[in-house]
Design a protein around this ligand. Sequence first.
Ligand code: ARG
Length: 573
Amino acid sequence: MQTLKDSLSHLVANAFATAFPEADLSALPLSVQPAAEEAFGDFQCNAAMGAAKVLRLAPRAIAETVAAELPTNDLLANVDIAGPGFINLTLADDALARHLEAQQADAHLGTPQLGSGKTLILDYSSPNVAKPMHVAHIRSTVIGDALKRIYRALGYTVMGDNHLGDWGTQFGILIMGYRHFLQPEALAASPVDELQRIYVLSHQKGEEDPAWKEQARAELVKLQAGDPENRALWQTFIDLSMEEFNRIYNRLDVSFELVRGESYYNAALPGVVERLQRLGLVRESEGALVAFLEDEKLPPAIVRKSDGGYNYTTTDLATVFSREQEFHPDAILYVTDERQQLHFRQFFALARKAGAATSLRHIWFGLMRLPEGLLSTRKGTAIKLDRLLDEAEKRAMELVRQSSPGMPPTEQRAVAQAVGIGAVKYADLSQNPQSAITFTWEKALSMEGNSAPYLQYASARIASVIDKYHERFPEGDYMSFPMVLDTPQARRLALRLARYPDAIVDAATQTKPSLLADALYDLSQAYSSYYQNVPFLKAEEGVRESRIRLCDLTARVLRHGLSLLGIRTPERI
Ligand code: ARG
């Protein structure tokens, strides 16, 4: 289904073409956007300003000529010009109501299927084996999962791939640590913490003792050569780490279509380097093979170290070629923190030169500061995610006990889980990913502000209005009545609902789930004023049905939107 914004943009573009048949306006965005202020109308078009240069006319004169081609009719109730040449459009109430009815009947709630027939690979989460998940991996997990759901809503086929850090020099050090420092009870109690501990000890020892370091390197070579004992140890590290990661993924409702760590691409690495050599893209420098990227104004990237080992860039190249061959994706998107920007710029440039044709995009995000006490002391940024989630559920339980004291305890626990986990996710997703954010419990769990509990509560409240309707009017069938936008509150709500599909498109194209969160918050506020000012069940028949029908669409949109953020919506809170 076409969005309202798209239909109106189309209309405006046609009006421009009719008004100025001779001019080439193809370079201009002849589109509309939501009106900056409600008083101006529903949508506005700012293209007259841009067209002024091309047409050599004053923007206001252009706007007037175009507006003359936009007669008021069943669709448009009003078209006027403001300021230097803004064209403001106000929809006819009936047209808006019919659009919402179509949206309500649409299987995708009006979301245009822009991505049908297209495949995306989303590379996210990707923690490192034998290390606790870093706060950056958590953000990558939550943001990547939301993007996956958002792209799917637009009809894309999306494969989530967890590109684990499961290979590299650290494994020689880890094997030495395992043989000399392991405390079995500690491993049983908290495997990844213990692996991290023995790694740190072994690494320190290597810094002081060259023979130790040499031995660690020898263990790595043995591992790479397929030595059964070292392979088995390595597999143990992976299994123990995966168990912990999977527990976290389960709690977060996150899953992957592929879990292919760096090691999966091992055998392909020499071939990648040969390809680069053949294409003349690398040169020897102090024993290493280096790609120089002066043309791109980027520092050089090492693809094979002087000891013959390959690195991150080489593995990422191999991964692109493998994904291209196997899945023919239209694009590959990588979700990591901001510190990897240079790596991705270098690797994308090199991939392009080496013949990768797929569009490659790095979606980076800023740091998130967590409440005191949730950071592990040693590294400063590795968090005790389980503790964060436990605490969230505990605090959510207090909310649920207050709002639903009579609810059976098992249901209370399930709701607290949905609310607590939702609060943590939403606190992350509702912020512009590229700004540094601070997590606070007050904001995450606020019942008044822009938070998951607020939206979940709004959704449950609408569900209960609809339940009450069915109780009072068991024969009632509100879907068989037309929607009528007979109050300013209903109209304001309707406009938010009609803009919802555009928010999904914007969140996807700008890779910012926060744009979707903003739209949902806006919507729930519009609903709140509708609910407070307009009687539903007390209204006469017909009016009542029409109003309940609008509630129904609001509930569906809220649930749909929250599900795209990976947040559950309990029936009751
Ligand atoms: N394991 C990496 C890290 O923790 C992230 C990997 C991101 N994905 C990729 N294909 N490079 O920093």
